[in-house]
Design a protein around this ligand. Structure first.
Ligand SMILES: [Zn+2]
Length: 295
């Protein structure tokens, strides 16, 4: 199988169905969530239109504020005449400005995202182009390492991750296909978990790591705990050296600690864990990582 010879649409759909099934099996109802598969961020018509309207509204309010709160009456009057004259002559200008601001906003926010959630509409978007870029990057990394036997290795789900996700390389199976499924799983689980934790990336990332780990039964492989311990060590070092960890990394660091604490368990009580994660502040998480003793 070559790098491009896989059915990504079907892989994404089955990852989504499996994730929903896993949540339902564990007593968490995920209802009405819709999956959208996007080729690139230019396929986000829904998000684009709603953001466009919001930005249009903000620009209008902004213009209104300038017009009615300008202190100097002369400046105010000239501004009013100037802006009204331009808008009357070229009303499209305001739409053009809003259009480019929306494009800029989407590019800024989602340029590297492999998935996007849009909770008001209960939709998650998976961006195929970015998924494929991640898979290709990991395949390039793997081509430099000399793996001969089936084993669990750590992979970076995004370029700058410090926390590695475990990945089982099965030499009897197709590595490209397995890797595509794995990266898709991580992204789909992450976006689905937003349904539980809203926009909070730290809490979502903690739970994403746990679901990915237990759903794929990584506890079966003793060597996986070497990756977990390595992750925790790196997280502790970052915190001890006061280096900034973003919400994703901080969440995944904490997820690794929960897995390490439950080393003997083949499952965790997902509902209890959700409550635990919901109630933890950023400071609690940082303190727990800093003070955690592995041995
Ligand atoms: Zn997220």
């Amino acid at each position: 199988m070559t790098r491009d010879d896989y059915d990504l649409d079907n892989i994404i759909k089955s990852s989504f169905e499996e994730a929903i099934e896993y949540f339902n099996k564990n007593g968490i109802k995920v209802e009405g969530l819709k999956l959208k598969i996007a080729k690139s961020i230019w396929s986000f018509y829904d998000i684009f239109i709603s953001r466009f309207i919001i930005i249009l509204f903000i620009i209008s309010v902004f213009i209104y504020k300038i017009l009615y709160h300008a202190e100097n009456i002369l400046i105010r009057n000239s501004l009013i005449i100037f802006i009204i004259a331009i808008l009357m002559r070229y009303p499209i200008i305001i739409f053009i400005i809003a259009f480019f601001m929306t494009v800029g906003y989407l590019l800024f926010l989602y340029q590297r995202s492999q998935g996007v959630h849009f909770l008001p509409d209960k939709k998650i978007f998976i961006i195929k182009k970015h998924l494929e870029e991640t898979v290709n990057r990991i395949l390039d990394d793997l081509s430099h390492s000399n793996i001969k036997d089936s084993s669990v290795i750590g992979i970076k789900s995004s370029k700058n991750s410090i926390v590695l996700h475990p990945f089982y390389i099965n030499m009897k199976k197709d590595i490209v296909n397995d890797l595509v499924k794995t990266i898709t799983d991580i992204v789909v689980i992450h976006e689905t978990v937003h349904y539980i934790f809203g926009n909070d990336e730290r809490k979502t990332s903690t739970f994403e790591f746990l679901v990915y780990f237990y759903k794929n039964e990584f506890y079966k492989y003793p060597e996986v705990y070497e990756i977990i311990e390595e992750n925790i060590k790196i997280c502790k070092t970052y915190i001890e050296e006061n280096k900034e960890l973003d919400a994703y990394e901080l969440g995944r660091c904490y997820g690794n600690i929960i897995i390490h604490k439950n080393k003997q368990s083949t499952n965790i009580n997902i509902k209890d864990i959700i409550e635990e994660i919901k109630n933890l502040s950023k400071k609690d998480v940082i303190d727990t990582i800093r003070n955690y003793k592995m041995y």
